[in-house]
Design a protein around this ligand. Structure first.
Ligand code: NAD
Length: 349
């Protein structure tokens, strides 16, 4: 499956399928005389005798989120310079969202910008590899240093997903659910029916593709996140606070955040727009730690949410809520009202 971005210019393709890696990489690298492979250390170890055996001497990036800290990033840049990177070189970045974010930012900044392609290896990266956001972390918070910088292409070889641990499948699937909710009820119903007894990568492939399309649609309409791209933050405001406080994988925390957003949407809509019992049972059945929401402290969460770089108002927290499935909107909630919602959500569980 090939999906083309639809920007005015600077478009790239996203190839999604099994077994496509080698052929697709060959298509890209023939246009460059120097190619550097940057791979998440863990992914390389798992696949060096298989799918990645054709790569000689990759530059290994720290595993996962560790690659997004300043020291690791600086050492990556120095390694590339030591190896003689030129403006005409290509970076091939292999790994999940973390490697993609750090590698993409390296591509954007080194020598004032070199070309890169992304080879996502996690389910979550069906989201993170689309949209051209790159970033590393600061001691002041996640993703605070970065750039919008599009890749020349994305090669999403789904074979990689077979080696993901369950927690990473659940994490990535949270974003698949989010994209379905932003799309329409038919997609949500079909997704729930397909996964009611568990998540099988082969069975959810059509929903991964729909997720990519939904993400792409939002970022193309609003690349710099002034308007509709904000809707992609569904579940993320509370999700980020939970992720930070409880150190759980991003998409699992986002799924708890999505449940909270559906609850708050019902409260704001003053009707049961979303059948929360149904969602609760579905999430619990898939092993999301949904009851953990009972433990959160509203004041602590709101204090963390207020630090989100997307917040611009004092005493109010920017939040994505849903008028109905497929119809999200941005609102700002007074902190007192949000406290009330979080406490009543806890009581409802
Ligand atoms: P990750 O890249 O941190 O990887 C998670 C873990 O899975 C790591 O330990 C990694 O080594 C391992 N892993 C990766 N691929 C594997 C495979 N095929 N088999 C086995 N293990 C594998 O996690 P992620 O969830 O892909 O990405 C999270 C990051 O993405 C966060 O830093 C988040 O901020 C970022 N993100 C960025 C965007 C964006 O638009 N740029 C969007 C969403 C998330």
């Amino acid at each position: 499956m090939k999906i083309m971005t639809q920007y005015k210019d600077g478009n790239y393709s996203i190839d999604v399928s099994r077994g496509i890696l080698r052929d697709k990489i060959s298509d890209y690298i023939k246009n460059y005389n120097q190619v550097f492979y940057l791979a998440d250390k863990n992914v390389y170890d798992l696949h060096k005798n298989g799918k990645l055996s054709f790569i000689d001497e990759p530059i290994l990036m720290e595993q996962g989120e560790a690659s997004k800290y300043f020291d690791a990033f600086s050492s990556l840049l120095e390694t590339l310079l030591e190896k003689g990177i030129q403006r005409t070189s290509l970076l091939v970045i292999i790994g999940g969202g973390a490697a993609g974010d750090a590698g993409g930012f390296a591509a954007s900044s080194i020598l004032r910008g070199v070309d890169y392609i992304h080879v996502p290896t996690t389910l979550l990266a069906h989201d993170s590899s689309i949209g051209g956001k790159t970033a590393i972390n600061s001691k002041h918070g996640k993703n605070l240093i970065g750039a919008f910088y599009r890749p020349k292409g994305v090669i999403y070889d789904l074979d990689f997903l077979d080696s993901l641990p369950e927690s990473e499948i659940l994490s990535g699937f949270g974003e698949v659910i989010k994209h379905a909710l932003l799309r329409d009820q038919q997609t949500v119903d079909a997704l729930m029916e397909t996964t009611i007894n568990g998540i099988d990568i082969n069975e959810i492939e059509p929903f991964i593709i729909k997720g990519i399309e939904t993400k792409m649609d939002h970022v193309i309409r609003d690349e710099n996140e002034a308007d509709v791209r904000k809707h992609l933050n569904l579940g993320h405001t509370l999700g980020h606070a939970i992720e930070y406080r409880y150190k759980m994988p991003h998409g699992i925390a986002v799924t708890l955040g999505i449940y909270a957003a559906l609850y708050i949407s019902n409260e704001l809509n003053q009707e049961q727009t979303f059948d929360l019992k149904h969602y609760y049972e579905y999430f619990k059945g898939l092993n999301y730690p949904i009851d953990m929401l009972k433990e959160i402290d509203a004041d602590e969460m709101i204090s963390l949410m207020s630090k989100d770089k997307k917040n611009q108002s004092v005493n109010r927290v920017g939040y994505i809520v849903m008028n109905s499935t497929g119809e999200a909107r941005f609102t700002e909630l007074e902190q007192d009202l949000l406290t009330k919602f979080i406490n009543s959500l806890k009581e409802s569980l």
